[in-house]
Write a protein that binds this ligand. Structure first.
Ligand SMILES: [Zn+2]
Length: 318
């Protein structure tokens, strides 16, 4: 529960690049009066890092902290990085990676277009990285649209953030002695998601098709559907075995069994909302009936009512 609370704090308004709200949540207020001891501690203690790395073995790391989880492959060919959090962490991410390897960041793959996964693309390009993503990531970053889930207009992003190498279905990069497959999973969290499979290392990064230990965020306004998210998790599940290290878009590292539990939860959300919708209940009536009462502990970034609405809209409801 502690982990869940921490994760939901970090997630506050993260997913659609709402940096201001996220900033507010991350920075605790300074005490007004400090003792001499406190002041001394402030001078001597190094700044608390925003980004921490977890060693997955074999030259692989996951970088945790505010924004989407970053996967990092290091080796003789350089660095293959998955997602890059927010722009304001660009320098810190580069520093953390420099502490893991002396090789340059060669590729950054964006699992989807949201600002907490693509925010530091310009900083990564500036150090020579090629930014790779599904075709729709580039198109989404170039368009303005109304995000109904958050009730606000999403403006097009600066062109210097856009990926420069895009693919439509699947792409394989042979890198650091591994076969790295980027697999497009249609209409999941968005319409531009990829999951990334390091075949030899037995690591899968699901991007935001997997919020571990939290209710899911389906960005219906960006072409996402709950059914597609279930499908994406099932694809990753089928690629995995008991030893697979699974990197969720948000939340701590996961096992195949935990991903299996998530699939069951998402399927239950879908089935319960669909049964009521098919029976003619209105969205408001479904929310009032609280059909996800057994999932209250999973509320974080998304509330039960948000998820019911996303499931409803995924089924074609207005
Ligand atoms: Zn996202």
């Amino acid at each position: 529960m502690k982990q869940l609370l921490l994760a939901s704090t970090l997630l506050l308004a993260a997913c659609s690049g709402a940096e201001t709200a996220s900033k507010t949540a991350e920075v605790p207020a300074e005490p007004k009066v400090q003792t001499a001891q406190q002041q001394e501690a402030k001078v001597e203690a190094p700044a608390k890092p925003n980004i921490t790395s977890q060693d997955l073995g074999g030259g692989f790391f996951v970088l945790l902290g505010p924004g989407g989880n970053i996967g990092v492959s290091t080796g003789a060919d350089g660095v293959y990085m998955i997602d890059d959090k927010f722009a304001r962490f660009g320098e810190e991410i580069i520093d953390v990676v420099a502490g893991l390897t002396d090789k340059p960041i060669t590729y950054v793959l964006n699992t989807h277009h949201h600002g907490d996964h693509t925010g530091a693309n310009a900083e990564m390009k500036a150090v020579g990285a090629v930014v790779v993503a599904h075709d729709n990531v580039r198109s989404r970053m170039g368009m303005s649209y109304m995000n109904q889930a958050f009730g606000r207009q999403q403006d097009a992003r600066d062109a210097k953030l856009w990926p420069t190498l895009t693919f439509s279905d699947e792409m394989t990069l042979w890198f650091n002695g591994d076969e790295v497959r980027a697999i497009h999973v249609p209409a999941g969290h968005t319409d531009g998601d990829s999951i990334v499979h390091f075949v030899g290392a037995n690591i899968v990064h699901l991007g935001d098709n997997y919020f571990r230990g939290m209710l899911p965020f389906v960005d219906v306004d960006s072409g996402g559907t709950l059914q597609g998210m279930i499908n994406a998790q099932q694809i990753a599940y089928d690629l995995s075995d008991v030893n697979t290290q699974i990197i969720p878009g948000h939340g701590p590292m996961s096992t195949k069994a935990e991903l299996g539990d998530s699939i069951k939860n998402l399927q239950a959300i879908h089935d319960r909302v669909k049964a009521r919708k098919d029976a003619g209940e209105s969205l408001q009536a479904i929310i009032a009936a609280d059909p996800l009462s057994d999932m209250t502990a999973l509320e974080g970034f998304m509330k039960k009512s948000d998820v019911i609405k996303a499931a409803w809209r995924s089924l074609g409801g207005e």
